[in-house]
Design a protein around this ligand. Structure first.
Ligand SMILES: [Zn+2]
Length: 150
């Protein structure tokens, strides 16, 4: 990169293959920080390029997932339409995944709970009461968030 990127903008540190936010620039020496905060690192202006919107979004989703300990199975999925992107919900108050079990014989439902064990315990009680109801279907709810991408 030949020009100094503005403070707060996102760049890719080519040497580290990592997206960072520009905190400061002293001559050709940059201070970068991870997209969702954390330990800053230094890089040379010659080692960076401007990050694309997708790269920034991916890095944010990845960091959010790492924080919540969530699996990255479908989390890197970014559904885009025009200026909107839909990614797994990362708000701290939102449950990661909610489980329910439904009896395939009578359609009774355990009710939603963040712990699969709660739904499983319901199924144990249900089959004890009605021993012929041995089939269950798990319903998993995963929450998503649409965000406007600049
Ligand atoms: Zn049943």
């Amino acid at each position: 990169m030949n020009t100094v990127p503005p403070t707060g903008s996102y760049v890719v540190d080519i040497a580290r293959d990592k997206v960072g936010q520009v905190m400061s620039c002293d001559r050709s020496r940059l201070r970068l920080r991870p997209v969702r905060g954390g330990l800053a690192w230094g890089s040379e202006l010659s080692n960076i390029r401007q990050a694309t919107t997708d790269e920034v979004l991916s890095a944010k989703v990845k960091a959010a997932n790492a924080e919540s300990g969530r699996e990255e199975v479908s989390v890197l999925t970014v559904i885009r339409f025009a200026d909107w992107a839909i990614t797994p919900e990362t708000a701290s108050e939102a449950p990661a995944i909610v489980h329910e079990l439904e009896c395939t014989t009578c359609g009774a439902i355990s009710g939603a709970d963040e712990d699969f064990e709660t739904a499983r315990d319901w199924a144990f009680r249900h089959v004890r009461r009605t021993p012929s109801h041995t089939g269950y279907r798990e319903i998993i709810h995963r929450f998503w968030r649409a965000t406007l991408v600049r």
